[in-house]
Design a protein around this ligand. Structure first.
Ligand code: NAD
Ligand code: WQD
Length: 336
């Protein structure tokens, strides 16, 4: 099969992706500094798969540490999740975001270059479609950003494009995730944010489990069917499987390729609240609050490129996303 270096492999999407690779016979080496995750998730990946994960607790900005990993292992390809991801925090601490996400990626790409590793799948985001493109978002639309976090994604995509241009045998797939939610069916791994969640699903989950009192719905006067924001929520296990397909694609093709990973369907905040109520069996308390700065009305993917190039399509439904999220919340009310 092959040996994959997974940066950020202890995190939400990274841990689910490690499971999918291990279950298909790949060997997985994880680099994570645990700044937004716990080592327990590595143990849980091993528990689910019955396979060993070689784990390095290290910072991707530490060039010696990253180089040592490439020395110790013949890495066939890298899946690069590591990064800071809180939009609001990035506005407060732009330098921390540029330093971590850009410098970290720079160190990683340099180490890949030195080691002769020429395949990377990068965690990009639908945020690169900015505020002004019409939905559904198609990969050839112009990219832009509205906050430092988003700019790190735009800039890293540019770095990858430039490397592919300079080095024609290099392959980089930028997966533009829409809104990843849900959890592994085992209930052993899922989303475990520090502090009060910024994102809708972990917030709803914490209200459902009784840790938070009430959800604030940010705006009910958008130009959408029920006035609340519409997003393309995608099950994290579907997303994880997309990475296995993307690695196969990167092994067989050269050049830079951005690919949306979404379902192609939009779901409103209130539809999500009601779907979660069904999954957990009780009402979720919410109130209508003002719009959140920087939010757009509607975001969803044109998912046709993923189907065409990767043979990948989302399989899970809104129902299973909520059921799986709820199972994880119940089994881990205080996180991992
Ligand atoms: P996460 O925070 O759970 O995972 C990121 C992991 O990277 C964490 O385990 C963290 O400890 C690690 N990390 C951060 N900086 C590091 C460093 N300098 N060195 C080593 N490890 C470091 O986040 P996630 O939701 O799993 O997201 C994974 C990737 O996908 C991120 O790049 C994120 O920007 C991107 N993304 C996420 C979403 C989303 O909604 N979750 C949407 C689009 C894109
Ligand atoms: C979804 C909807 C909110 C919380 C963010 C990043 C994006 C990407 C994914 C990384 C919106 C509403 C939310 C709450 C609410 N991350 N909401 N009450 O904003 O689509 O995307 O995460 O790349 O870059 O911006 O996701 O989950 O925060 O919000 O009403 O307490 O839920 O207004 O309509 P978003 P989200």
């Amino acid at each position: 099969m092959g040996k994959i270096l997974v940066t950020g492999g202890a995190g939400f999407i990274g841990s689910h992706t490690c499971v999918e690779f291990l279950e298909r016979g790949y060997e997985v080496v994880v680099l994570d500094n645990l700044s937004n995750s716990k080592e327990e998730s590595i143990r849980r990946i091993e528990q689910i798969t019955g396979k060993h994960v070689k784990f390095y607790r290290a910072d991707m900005r530490d060039a010696a540490a990253v180089r040592a990993i490439f020395k110790a292992h013949p890495i066939d390809a890298v899946v690069h999740f590591a990064g800071l991801k809180a939009v609001g925090e990035s506005v407060e601490k732009p330098l921390a975001y540029y330093e971590n996400n850009l410098n970290g990626t720079f160190v990683l790409l340099n180490a890949m270059h030195e080691a002769g590793c020429k395949r990377i799948v990068f965690s990009s985001s639908a945020t690169v479609y900015g505020m002004h493109n019409p939905v559904p978002y198609v990969e050839n639309m112009p990219t832009s950003a509205t906050n430092p976090y988003g700019y790190t994604k735009v800039m890293i995509e540019q770095m990858l494009q430039d490397i592919c241009h300079a080095q024609p045998d290099f392959s980089a797939v930028a997966l533009r995730y829409f809104n990843p939610i849900g959890a592994h069916k085992s209930g052993l791994i899922g989303e475990d944010p520090n502090g009060i969640p910024n994102n809708l699903l972990p917030y709803i989950g914490q209200v459902a489990v009784g840790k938070l009192q009430q959800l604030s719905v940010f705006g009910d006067d958008y130009d959408t069917p029920d006035g609340t924001g519409v997003r393309d929520y995608i099950h994290v296990v579907d997303l994880a499987k997309g990475h296995v397909c993307a690695i196969a694609y990167a092994m067989a093709h050269e050049g830079f390729m951005p690919i949306n990973l979404g379902t192609g369907n939009g779901v409103s905040v209130l539809e999500m609240v009601h779907a979660y109520e069904k999954a957990c069996g009780h009402a979720i308390s919410y109130r209508i609050a003002p719009r959140r700065a920087g939010d757009i009305a509607t975001s969803y993917a044109d998912a046709s490129r993923a189907k065409e190039l990767l043979g990948w399509e989302a399989q899970e439904t809104l129902e299973t996303m909520c059921e799986d999220s709820w199972r994880f919340m119940q089994q881990n009310p205080n996180g991992l």
